[in-house]
Design a binder for this molecule. Structure first.
Ligand SMILES: N[C@@H](CCC(=O)N[C@@H](CS)C(=O)NCC(=O)O)C(=O)O
Length: 215
């Protein structure tokens, strides 16, 4: 049976848990990392030399890196809906996955969520935080133009681009920062909130992380 490793509170794990649920895959979820520990165990390092989560073990096929896992699961289990053998088709969503992994996610998650929300007030570098808030605001405005009237980023069907980007929204729209008006992105977020899998795996409370840098 498919095994998913990683604590449910972890941002990158949430993408995988959400997608596994969208696909309706039977699986076992193993909490790991954070207060659960286990990332330095030699048995886990043998699976993922980087000692990070998420990771999936699909009957002996080991995949780490959240976006590699999304691609693997889509290609393996959902060729009709979330995958295509045509590289030109895949090129519609893959750039967005890589873009968010390189730009939106680090600048929001590291720069804003960790730099502001998780850092005790006295220790915050507000100059750096404000630069990241401004940068995220520009990304949200860009996304607002891109999505236009669509329900999801690329049209009316959920894609891997929505999973990779949409995981940010629950935290972005629920912390006390300045945000630009992005009505189309807010409509997109509302559509995600209608999805039971998003509610169950991404919309988890995170207030216990406020001002806390440790796990
Ligand atoms: N680029 C990797 C990042 C993996 C990563 O840094 N995961 C975090 C959780 S979001 C982690 O393992 N943190 C250590 C921990 O949870 O103890 C991915 O997308 O999977």
């Amino acid at each position: 049976m498919l095994k998913v490793y990683g604590r449910r509170s972890a941002f990158n794990v949430q993408k995988v848990a959400w997608f596994v649920d969208e696909l309706g895959l039977e699986h076992e979820h193993i909490e790991l990392g954070g207060t659960f520990g286990g990332l330095d165990d030699s048995s886990y390092r043998a699976l993922n030399p980087h000692g990070r989560v998420p990771l999936v073990d699909d009957g002996g096929t080991i995949v780490w890196e959240s976006h590699a896992i999304l691609r693997y699961l889509a290609a393996r289990y959902s060729r009709d809906a979330f995958w295509s053998d045509d590289p030109a088709q895949r090129a519609q969503w893959e750039p967005w996955m890589d873009w968010t992994q390189c730009k939106l996610q680090p600048e929001f998650l590291r720069g804003v969520f960790w730099g502001f929300y998780r850092t005790p007030e006295a220790e915050r570098n507000m100059e750096a935080v404000n630069a990241m808030i401004a940068s995220c605001a520009q990304y949200m405005q860009l996304l607002d133009r891109e999505i236009g009237d669509n329900t999801y980023l690329l049209g009316n069907e959920l894609s891997l681009a929505d999973i990779a980007i949409g995981v940010n929204f629950h935290r972005y729209f629920n912390i006390d920062i300045e945000r630009p008006a992005v009505p189309n992105v807010e409509r997109w977020f509302a559509a995600l909130k209608q999805r039971p899998a998003y509610r169950q795996h991404v919309m988890l409370p995170f207030d216990d992380m406020y001002g806390r840098l440790s796990f």
